[in-house]
Design a protein around this ligand. Structure first.
Ligand SMILES: Nc1ncnc2c1ncn2[C@@H]1O[C@H](COP(=O)(O)OP(=O)(O)OP(=O)(O)O)[C@@H](O)[C@H]1O
Ligand SMILES: [Mg+2]
Length: 383
């Protein structure tokens, strides 16, 4: 694909689309987005913004015909339109067939089981009563994790069932899967890239640290505090996973490192990912540029860290505030060395809404984490 003339389109105009557009801007690539409102984060940064619904067959089909290559920033898009565009010869990454598997957590898990990719034991269920029956028949014993097959994100389609009471009150409705509750030592993620000529490149593993209240990742540290052997195994597993899916562009692979030091694939996202945001400042190539390289079959960039350590924190809407967003103590944070604030331009804040992120670079992992804690205590999104 030719630079700078290839027209690249993305389904979705959120913050991932915005950061992709900014990366495309380095090469002056014409960049187009489809989403319901040009007031969304990507709006001001695209060459063209089409207002439409990425879940609507006609909107996606029409948009696809205006670009030379098409990608996504969100999995929940109209897949039938993508199959049609693929048939007509459009370059689409991730490939619709792989996207279809990934969109449905049930199919995704089945894919790992069929293809020898390690993942937690699971079973598919039609609904809640089938689960209660399986428990009554002692086919499943507490505790376990229930996940909706579709439409879950940011932890919203996940319910941990520990007690009889949870079984009565916390089951999610609809088609789902049950998964064994994994004894997790660490959660890590590897963002890996691939292009059509078959090259792969993995970013160093990152360690995800969770806020138990929001059920969102709050800190993300790179490099992960794991042994070189485990890091190499995690990267190898990520490469195997992207090759098995036959995907181009990025695949973010979320992994559990168990207390027995086993690596299990939890879930994947075939696009830029929260766990790769730090690469904008910390690595030779950002994940967003790498995604474009993979989608357009360009040589992949170096994934090496430029600094000893980076910590990323999500900037979430402060609990208790809802309305037009105000950023408290912005000045102070901008004055700190190695602190990079990214705002997504969302006009309205609400509790735990992802309003931006901050990457903190450090000469040691401890120094980066210490500064990240300072930033978290200072920078607040209120209304
Ligand atoms: N089998 C499991 N055993 C233990 N903990 C689990 C298991 N599955 C999920 N979790 C916990 O729940 C979190 C969210 O699960 P998962 O990543 O599958 O859902 P999600 O809604 O797609 O989340 P997100 O969009 O935030 O990545 C995991 O990061 C992990 O902390
Ligand atoms: Mg997840």
């Amino acid at each position: 694909m030719k630079i700078p003339s290839t027209r690249l389109g993305v389904l979705g105009g959120g913050q991932l689309g915005k950061m992709m557009a900014l990366a495309a801007g380095n090469w002056h690539l014409p960049f187009f987005a489809l989403d319901t409102s040009r007031d969304f984060p990507a709006g001001p940064f695209c060459t063209g913004f089409t207002e439409g619904n990425f879940n609507n067959y006609d909107d996606v089909l029409r948009f696809g015909k205006t670009v030379d290559a098409l990608t996504i920033e969100i999995e929940h898009v109209n897949i039938e339109a993508l199959f049609q565009l693929e048939k007509e010869g459009l370059v689409i990454h991730p490939k619709p067939a792989a996207l279809q598997l990934i969109k449905d957590k049930g199919l995704q898990k089945q894919f790992y089981a069929d293809r020898g990719i390690p993942t937690a034991a699971f079973e598919l269920f039609e609904n809640e009563s089938a689960i209660r029956e399986a428990v009554a028949q002692k086919k499943w014993t507490l505790p376990f994790v229930q996940k909706s097959r579709t439409d879950g994100y940011d932890g919203r389609g996940v319910s941990v069932i520990r007690t009889e009471r949870d079984l009565a009150e916390k089951l999610l409705p609809g088609a789902c899967l049950l998964e064994a509750l994994v004894p997790i030592e660490k959660e890590i993620a590897v963002v890996v890239a691939r292009n059509s000529r078959g090259e792969t490149a993995a970013f160093p593993p990152v360690e995800m640290l969770f806020d138990p209240d929001a059920n969102l990742v709050t800190f993300l540290a790179c490099p992960a505090r794991i042994s070189p052997q485990i890091a190499a195994a995690a990267e190898a597993l990520a490469r195997k996973t992207i090759e098995t899916y036959d995907l181009c562009g990025l695949l973010a692979v979320e992994l559990f490192l168990t207390t027995e030091h086993q690596l299990l694939v939890n879930e994947v996202a075939p696009r830029p990912h929260n766990s790769g945001h730090h690469t904008i400042e910390s690595c030779y190539t950002s994940q967003f540029e790498q995604h474009i390289r993979g989608v357009l079959d360009l040589p992949l960039g170096s994934t090496r860290l430029k600094v000893p350590a980076a910590v990323m924190l999500n900037l979430l809407g402060e609990p208790g505030y809802e309305g037009p967003a105000i950023y408290e103590n912005m000045d102070q944070c901008l004055g700190m060395e190695g602190v990079y604030v990214h705002l997504y331009g969302k006009a309205m804040t609400k509790p735990f809404r992802k309003m931006g992120h901050v990457t903190v670079l450090g000469v040691t992992p401890e120094a980066a984490m210490e500064k990240a804690l300072e930033v978290r205590a200072l920078l607040k999104v209120k209304a």
